[in-house]
Design a binder for this molecule. Structure first.
Ligand code: ADP
Ligand code: MG
Ligand code: ZN
Length: 608
């Protein structure tokens, strides 16, 4: 029975959809179903678990793509305790982090499944015990967790593996978090690259690759690097229907907002707040504790192992609810009831954002993901990438491109968040199915958008920037003033520019948004100059995509009717004073070169 597995989407061996409906019995089916209930205490399988299990037990290579929390571990843990498959014996699981390995082997031990965590943390004595155990004719151990370097480094473990293979007691290799193989992934590990040796060194041993990273290029990388071309690919939708996505403008009052939000969540609600640096984590956690009486603790890679474990366990066991962390925190954390994930700082990629928010709501209950966005945070990250001496040019370009995707996402207030995120994973999502599960879908019901062609204005801004000399050092704010015909108080001769005032009917916040959008699109770019006082300032110049706009590229922008784009210059000032918060909230732009986006905006026009 070889065609039982179902496979959605594309892939080296995507099986016909009809096969999904056929319930095939295998020689091991009874054992598998029985052990699911007795060993794992689970009533039934989730999507693709059974298929993955059947494929690996049939001795085939499988690539399992499941969102975080989907239940990838069971797809190897259950086969590991069964004896009826084509291959049997010990299952070796490669995992990138020692903390993850310790968690998972503890979990198995608790279920009464003998597992070894074979890491650099073992004492020589424990290592010897492990070697002895695995050298026995019928090892008692079912699962051995290893870090990639332990497996490929050589030494004793290699001869043990060879001996297990000869004795037909090497059941399979599992590569967990397999995206670490790919440079496109967000967690590339050089050690993972060497896992390509497994297929050659231990021929005939089935390989399972597990990941929650859905990008095609990552998938291709993994399959090629591991040498498992021809594997069965099981992939499923990455939509997480119970997560509510929201982007909020980051203002000076962010902490108060976060506190207010947390207070709506009830005292038992666990959450993660992501920050971009160790200092920020520590400061924010302290502020939440000291000034707002919230039990929050920080977590980052600069802490000792013991401290990190204490914090992680305390949080998992509900000793306290809020963890303020860098992205060092999260991979493989198995906590089902995380009710919110807040990004105090911007993520570096949409991929990362999806993974980080994916830690919320694994139990399927409604959970919130809030991203705080300030344009200037994005600019800062872009310039940090530029100035990073450790990066090659290629890496810089890649990282900047990912960052730009994040900025577009934040700026796109018009399209369903879910359809934006899933489009990034090559998945088409109909916003009708969002059911107001994101801020833009919610907003659509109370705000009517107008889409306007702003191509001419874009060209005017570009020509205006072009007309300045580099020495004029024009900031985004100066440019917006000049565009709107404000001399401003910077002392710069804005009114000498031939385009001074061409956008005099633009509201201030919208003019700034127009210029920000041009920066995100690469039509304008910022260059940094260190001031005498030691800080750096960013000034505008033309970017590499300026030509396209000058040559007639269309640019559309979405405007809420509640905040019309055009306002007479005189009243613009009062707008700024009276509704400051409002302006921030409306500071969103959209990109129209993207077909999905364009389609939506037409739809909206029709709706109007
Ligand atoms: P992943 O590795 O895909 O992120 P895990 O394997 O860690 O996810 O599983 C996430 C959670 O789902 C765990 O708490 C696990 O016990 C639970 N789970 C897995 N399979 C099932 C199932 N068939 N039924 C119920 N819960 C399951
Ligand atoms: Mg996992
Ligand atoms: Zn939506």
């Amino acid at each position: 029975p070889s065609s039982s597995a179902s496979a959605a989407g594309h892939g080296p061996r995507a099986l016909a959809p009809r096969a999904i409906e056929m319930e095939t019995r295998y020689p091991w089916t009874k054992e598998v179903e029985h052990k699911l209930r007795t060993k794992f205490k689970l009533p039934n399988f989730r999507k693709h678990q059974k298929e993955a299990i059947n494929e690996t037990m049939a001795g085939k290579d499988v690539f399992v793509l499941m969102p975080t929390g989907g239940g990838k571990s069971l797809t190897y843990q259950l086969p590991a305790v069964c004896d009826g498959g084509k291959t049997r014996g010990v299952t070796f699981v490669v995992s990138p982090l020692i903390s993850l390995i310790n968690d998972q082997s503890r979990h198995l031990t608790r279920l009464g499944i003998p597992a070894i965590a074979y890491t650099g943390d073992l004492t020589q004595k424990d290592k010897n015990l492990a070697h002895e155990e695995l050298a026995r004719p019928e090892p008692y151990t079912r699962v051995v967790y290893v870090t990639p370097e332990m497996l490929t480094m050589g030494g004793h473990i290699k001869s043990i593996l060879r001996s297990l293979l000869q004795r037909k007691r090497l059941a399979r290799f599992v590569i967990d978090e397999a995206h670490c193989v790919s440079q496109w992934g967000h967690d590339f590990r050089a050690d993972y690259l060497r896992l390509g040796e497994l297929r050659k060194t231990y021929p005939g041993v089935p390989i399972m690759a597990l990941t929650a990273t859905a990008q095609n290029k990552v998938e291709e990388d993994i399959i090629r690097s591991l040498g498992i071309q021809g594997c069965t690919v099981l992939r499923q939708s990455f939509n997480r229907p119970n997560l509510h996505y929201e982007v909020r403008p980051k203002t000076g009052k962010i902490i108060l907002e976060i506190v207010a939000f947390i207070r709506t969540q009830g005292t038992q609600a666990s959450g993660i707040i992501y920050c971009n640096s160790r200092d920020n984590c520590e400061n924010l956690a302290k502020e939440l504790r000291d000034s707002h009486d919230l039990e929050a603790h920080h977590y980052h890679a600069g802490m000792s192992k013991g401290d990190r474990r204490k914090i992680q366990e305390g949080w998992q066991e509900h000793k306290f609810e809020i963890i303020v962390a860098t992205i060092a925190f999260g991979m493989g954390i198995d906590k089902p009831d995380v009710r919110f994930v807040i990004h105090h700082h911007l993520p570096r990629s949409l991929e990362g954002y999806y993974q980080e928010t994916g830690r919320a709501g694994r139990d399927g209950k409604p959970s919130n993901c809030i991203l705080y966005y300030a344009f200037k945070d994005g600019k800062k990250i872009l310039s940090q990438i530029d100035q990073d001496r450790e990066l090659t040019r290629d890496q810089k370009e890649r990282q900047k491109a990912s960052m730009q995707e994040v900025l577009r996402y934040c700026n796109n207030k018009a399209d369903c968040r879910r359809s934006q995120v899933l489009a990034f994973f090559n998945e088409t999502f109909d916003p009708v199915n969002c059911h107001q599960g994101c801020d833009t879908c919610l907003g659509r019901d109370c705000n009517i958008f107008n889409t306007e062609d702003v191509s001419k204005d874009a060209v005017n801004v570009i020509k205006m920037v072009q007309a300045f000399n580099r020495e004029d050092r024009i900031t985004i704010l100066n440019a917006a003033e000049c565009f709107r015909g404000f001399k401003g108080n910077s002392g710069k001769m804005l009114n000498e520019n031939p385009f001074f005032g061409v956008g005099k009917d633009w509201a201030r916040n919208e003019a700034e948004r127009l210029i920000q959008t041009l920066v995100i699109e690469g039509a304008l770019e910022e260059f940094c100059v260190a001031s005498a006082a030691g800080w750096t300032n960013a000034y505008l110049r033309l970017g590499k995509n300026a030509k396209a706009h000058l040559n007639g590229k269309t640019m559309m922008m979405e405007f809420r009717q509640a905040s019309p784009r055009k306002q007479p210059v005189k009243s613009a000032r009062t707008t700024k004073k009276t509704t400051k918060g409002q302006i921030q909230i409306d500071t969103y732009a959209r990109k129209v070169s993207d077909p999905i986006t364009r389609k939506r905006s037409h739809q909206q026009i029709l709706e109007e």
